[in-house]
Design a protein around this ligand. Structure first.
Ligand code: IPM
Ligand code: MG
Length: 355
């Protein structure tokens, strides 16, 4: 299996190194062979080629079986104009690979309950929410611009969705809901936005193909509130690109640390893009402090969704649980009585525990 790897910036290379260890080990145990090809994107690509997403990178990714990404961005490139920033590389690769459905599971490991900012009684016996975020449309990709006006400068970004764009991401969400608790919450702002009214109409139409799934709708402001008030009411959420960006950060924090959560971005075929949901944390880059678990769990999602290897994916997830059970914690999830582990040690231990 050919995997294009984008280590990226900041802690990106630190955490990707741990994913290699785990993949190599799981490959041995479960008889899979991985061929890695590292490519440039984000700040690293800007420094070496002048572009956040060199053509060569997109080509290599498009001809691979899956893409594994660390993180991109950093203060060094923050003053560049929008289309030259590292983030433009990220948006470009999502669009270029056609990965319109972004799966962001927010799962609370029982070992980390006390790391959540929510009270134990709100968390109950755990949290397991799947956020399905539309990833290649909406305001991230709509027309934007600036012009002089009588009131100074004027700037705009456009939120636009087509029936087709909503239909395909809704279908992914219904399929996932069908395999879980058969409950889907669609989140929009249909009381104000026309694009949300179309979103809601289309989701309702797709729902007719899934009579076994119970569909509900919620306005995004209420959803943001309900997520902290009673997160256990949610199972699968489907929402637009920008609302999904915001709500997935919120959902992730309920689980204790941004450093724990993986993501998968999928399109029509098997090719997927897998990345932790956190950023490049340049302040701790190269210091053996970053939590590699989100990236390791992203590699597990890759085995599940792009390679159809549920067995090997589950083995990685089990191993993460075991290492947490043994009391090892990176600084971001450290708690009294636990054993501190650096990035490398965490990677070594998770690899070694795979069986
Ligand atoms: C994410 C990030 C990106 C996004 C940024 C870095 C462009 O916040 O993956 O959630 O907004 O999509
Ligand atoms: Mg985000």
């Amino acid at each position: 299996m050919k995997i294009a790897v984008i280590p990226g910036d900041g802690i990106g290379p630190d955490i990707i190194r741990q994913a290699y260890k785990v993949l190599d080990r799981v490959g041995k145990v479960y008889q899979m062979e991985f061929e890695y090809q590292e490519v440039l994107m984000g700040g690293a690509a800007i420094d070496q080629t002048g572009l956040p997403l060199p053509e060569e990178t997109l080509k290599v990714c498009q001809s691979s079986d899956a893409v594994l990404l660390g993180a991109v961005g950093g203060a060094k490139w923050d003053t560049l104009p929008g289309h030259q920033r590292p983030e433009a590389g990220l948006l470009g690769i999502r669009k270029g690979l056609g990965v319109f459905a972004n799966l962001r599971p927010a799962i609370l490991f029982p070992q980390l309950k006390s790391a959540s900012t929510l009270k134990e009684e709100v968390l109950g016996d755990g949290l397991n929410i799947m956020v399905v975020r539309e990833l290649t449309g909406g305001i991230y990709f709509g027309q934007r611009g600036r012009q002089d006006s009588s009131a100074g400068q004027e700037a705009w970004d456009t939120e636009a969705y087509s029936t087709h764009e909503v239909e395909r991401v809704a279908r992914v969400a219904f399929e996932i809901a069908k395999g879980r608790k058969k409950k889907l919450m669609s989140i929009d702002k249909a009381n104000v936005l026309e694009s949300s009214r179309l979103w809601r109409e289309v989701v309702c139409k797709v729902a007719q193909e899934y009579p076994e799934v119970e569909l509900d709708h919620m306005y995004v402001d209420n959803a943001a509130m309900q997520l902290v008030r009673n997160p256990r009411q949610f199972d699968v959420i489907v929402t637009s690109n920008m609302f999904g960006d915001i709500l997935s950060d919120e959902a992730s924090m309920l689980t204790g640390s941004l450093g724990m959560l993986p993501s998968a971005s999928l399109g029509e075929g098997n090719l997927g893009l897998y990345e932790p949901i956190h950023g490049s944390a340049p302040d701790i880059a190269g210091q053996n402090k970053a939590n590699p678990i989100a990236t390791i769990l992203s590699a597990a999602m890759m085995l599940r969704y792009s390679f159809g290897r549920q067995d090997a994916a589950a083995a990685i997830e089990r191993s993460v649980g075991n290492v947490l059970d043994q009391g090892f914690r990176t600084p971001d999830i450290m708690q009294p009585g636990m054993k501190i582990a650096g990035t490398e040690e965490m990677g070594d231990r998770i690899a070694a525990n795979i069986s």
